[in-house]
Every structure is written in C-alpha cells, then in structure tokens.
Design a protein around this ligand. Sequence first.
Ligand code: ASP
Length: 327
Amino acid sequence: MNQNSKGLAVLGVTVVLATGGTIAGRSDCADDHVGYVAGQLAVADLMAAVPGLTGLPMEGDQVAQIDSKDMSLPVWQTLVRRLVHHLARPEVGSVVITHGTDTLEETAYLLHVLLQPNKPVVLTCAMRPVTALMADGPQNLSDAVAMARHPGASGVLVVCAGEVHTGLDVNKVHSYRLDAFDAGDAGALGAMEAGQLRLFRAFPVSAAPSLAGAQRLEKFLSTVALPRVVLLTSHADADGDMVRALLALPAERPLRGIVVAGTGNGSVNQTLEAALVEAQAGGVRVVRTTRCARGTVLPRPGHPLPEISGLSPVKARLALALELLAG
Ligand code: ASP
C-alpha cells in the first residue's frame, strides 16, 4: 500500500492479466454450459461487464487467450514475465489473473513457488461462459478485484464463488458446480460477501527476496522445457509396464521423475512399486503422494520410495519438475 500526500492509504492500480478460460468463453445458446469455446472475450470486455470496476484505477493486459487445459510452458513463461513486470511497478498495488478453472490450481501453485509476492495476486475464473443465463464470471471478477484491493492482502490467492483460497492449498474438486474449488483440510482463507472480505486466517507470508529464488525464477524463464516428470496412479490390478515404457523414452527429453498417486497413505501396488524402485535405482526421482482428495501422506519408516506431503498429485508433479530444474 502506498501513501498519498495527505498520508492516506492508496491501494494503487489493479492490473488484470487475462489468459482465457470459460470466464472469457462464448457459446451460441444460453443453456449450453459444456459445448462453448473458452477464451473468446478480450480483457477490456471482461472488465466492462463489471459496472463496479468503473472509476477504479485499473488496467488490462491480454497475456493469452487459451482453454487452460492447454496451458503450456511458453504461456506460463509469458504470464510470469508480465506478472514480474507489473509487480515491480510502484504504482501497481495488486494483480488479478483471469484463468480457466481446469489448471488454475497448477498456475496458482507455480506462481506461489516462484514469486511468493508481497502484493496480492488473485486468480479468478468462471464455470459458465459469458453467454450463459447465469454467468458467474462478472461476480467472480468483481470479488477478485475487491479481494486484491483489500488493505494488507498479500500472496497468491484464488477467488471463486465467493470463497477465497490460497494458491498453495486450492484444488478444483467439482467438474460442474459453480463452487468448484476447495482447499482440502486447510479450509478457505476467507469469504467475499457483498464486496467485503471476511478473513478466516492470515494471508500467506511472502518470502524475502533471495539469490536462490532469483536463480530459480531465471531458470524457469529461460528453459525451453521443464524436466520430464510423469504422473502415474496406483490402482487395483496395476503393473510396471508403463514405468518400463517411460524408461525407454528417447534421450532428447528423458524421463527425470515420476510422481505416483498412491492409494490411501501413499501405498503403491506391489508390482508397480517394484518397477518404480528399479527406476529409482536407475537415477529417476520417484515420489509418492496420495490419490485421496483429502489428507496427506504420513512418512512410513523404511518405505523404499520417498513421500511428498501436503500436495495434490498435479502439484507434486510440478514441485518435482521445478526442483529438478533448479538442479
Ligand atoms: N476448459 C476451461 C478452462 O479451463 C474450463 C473453465 O475455465 O472452467 O479454460
């Protein structure tokens, strides 16, 4: 927060970075909630659809126009570059990112790990396209801007259907309902009610700038491919064939890691586990997480495969790829 000449709090400019998604999606008929095309409306139109934003110091920046199921390293790199640029501007107080719901949790986690910003970075989205009878995008964008402009807010946050979550904890948990996200055992950070934040716990603490953090960011921005980390799931009647097929991938982009979403407390079918132990012995990083929607993996002394606690399988995959990239 800046101060003006009278010493009053000034919340600065809020920049909206648009990446596409259903929040910018259109369909030919109002009752089509699934056959629409994501990423059609430009950022200026998204902002114009929310009357309450008029008069606020706001800017829009169109970063991409994609369905977030197609999120890729180059789009992430562009988004991170634009974000770093805007966050460094002294007149900018906060950033809102409009994003598809499908991979929102991965982007939120990525930004949390790479930036841990002290200014608020709020991701928002929609489960219905703009053409729907009850489009949820405008209200979500309105709430996200109110969240971003809340005095003292910080860190990577997600606003959807009136709930506020941290980027670290958020997961998409429903394929159709408007309140598609939750934060598992951590619970919501807060709620947006009539444009006001009701905060349940403290905002994420931002990391002090460090050389290691700057180097990790630089490596992420300059790489042409993340280390290849594959996500497998343990299930009844599993076997090790997929692991052996992955080990035979061409040397240009070899397999560097496997995240296995285990059953329950990260347990793995014995045939699959034997193949994973073999892969690990051959230099592939293997970590276990759980396919359960709730809970974590508690360490089990003597288990041949290490666990990664507190992250969903998709976030664990990203965490391992970033760790391998950092070297
Ligand atoms: N497929 C869309 C996307 O992730 C879904 C959404 O935004 O709700 O871009």
